[in-house]
Design a protein around this ligand. Structure first.
Ligand code: CP3
Length: 335
């Protein structure tokens, strides 16, 4: 029997809609905080297959989502390219400087991730749940590499792309190639769907979006489809405006698109010819159950009969009360 999450991609609308939440494994769960403490650091957690599989499964056991997303991070790819990576408590990621000519993808560094996927696929088969792998999109990964970490204004990376496009193209090409290898191996290790996180796609204008988002995303998807035509590819160009979202869906070859809470769901069903995933505002999970319920019911009603997967518009906030995630999960399942 196929997991309900995957049936949606075969054109079989499901009711209630299958659901999972971005960042469903994480600090809002006491079980996660305990294991992270044992592991000593976030990277140790990612790189230990037994721990990483365990934190991936924690939300599935507790809330019974239809899909589990591999516990890892989009910045493991720059790390495998030879860039120093640190996650300092409360400060977000820090990446070391690099010489473009010397970037070389060493996939042996990511072997634990593939081991995690193998463990997960076995565990999830028993529950008939889908396994989602992921990577960052080249543009978003490049922002962290060029800025050396998180950024508020993306000044460095924007001026780099504008003033030295040939050199920036090289960085994008290196990330594209590494991401294809990384995701191909994720498929081989058992991932049934893959999500490409493009968290910072919205800082680009139309021409830049075509060059740095649509084109590289399309290259990755074409290569993965060639390797395995069955795998489902979900794009997440967060907060981009509607016309660019339409272009993204029609030109990249994605099987589904994740939309944030700023996109109207009716508009998405009418204009995006693909599976829609989304789009509850994660900030609502910090509010009352009455408010969560009202919005969730609106989404579920609007999505009835459509190719839809319930999700959030972005990751779960770490201060989210666990009872609210339980409440939302039960509401979806009992709708
Ligand atoms: O969704 C999941 O449950 C799967 C695991 C996952 C993580 N990060 C775990 C994580 C996924 C899919 C990601 C994607 C990711 N990582 C993105 C794209 C999505 C988004 O949030 O926009 C980005 C931009 C990153 C980079 C990253 N990782 C940042 C900027 C940070 C620090 C900010 C923060 O939230 O602490 C991380 C750390 C990180 N990645 C944590 C988790 C659970 C928190 C680590 C901890 O302290 O325990």
């Amino acid at each position: 029997m196929q997991p309900r999450f995957l049936k949606v991609f075969e054109g079989q609308s499901q009711f209630p809609p299958p659901f999972w939440f971005m960042r469903q494994a994480g600090r809002y769960m006491a079980e996660y905080r305990a294991l992270r403490e044992t592991a000593g650091s976030f990277l140790n957690l990612c790189m230990n297959p037994v721990y990483a599989a365990e934190v991936t499964l924690q939300p599935i056991r507790k809330f019974d989502m239809d899909a589990a997303i591999l516990f890892a991070d989009i910045l493991l790819v720059p790390m495998a390219l030879g860039i120093d990576l640190k996650f300092e408590n409360g400060e977000g990621p820090k990446l070391g400087s690099f010489d473009i000519e010397k970037l070389q993808y060493d996939q042996t560094k990511l072997q634990p991730v593939f081991e995690t996927l193998k463990l997960l696929r076995q565990a999830l088969e028993l529950r008939n749940k889908a396994l989602i792998g992921f990577a960052g999109s080249p543009w978003t990964v490049a922002t962290y590499m060029v800025e050396g970490g998180s950024s508020k204004d993306f000044a460095k990376v924007k001026s780099f792309a504008k003033n030295q496009p040939a050199k920036f193209q090289k960085i994008i090409d290196v990330i594209v190639e590494a991401t294809i290898k990384y995701l191909t191996s994720q498929i081989d290790a058992g991932a049934q769907a893959l999500q490409l996180f493009d968290s910072w796609a919205s800082v680009l204008d139309e021409k830049e979006f075509e060059r740095w988002v649509i084109k590289p995303t399309g290259q990755i998807i074409a290569a993965l489809k060639k390797h395995n035509p069955e795998v489902k590819l979900i794009g997440f160009p967060r907060q981009v405006e509607k016309e660019l979202l339409k272009k993204f869906v029609s030109q990249t070859g994605v099987n589904g698109v994740s939309i944030d809470h700023t996109i109207n769901l009716e508009w998405a069903f009418a204009n995006l010819n693909t599976v829609i995933q989304g789009n509850l505002d994660p900030a609502l999970l910090l509010k009352s159950q009455e408010e969560i319920g009202r919005e969730a019911k609106r989404i579920i009603a609007a999505a009835k009969g459509k190719a839809f997967i319930f999700n959030l518009g972005h990751g779960i906030n770490q201060h989210t009360p666990v009872e609210n995630v339980a409440y939302l999960s039960e509401l979806i399942k009992n709708s």
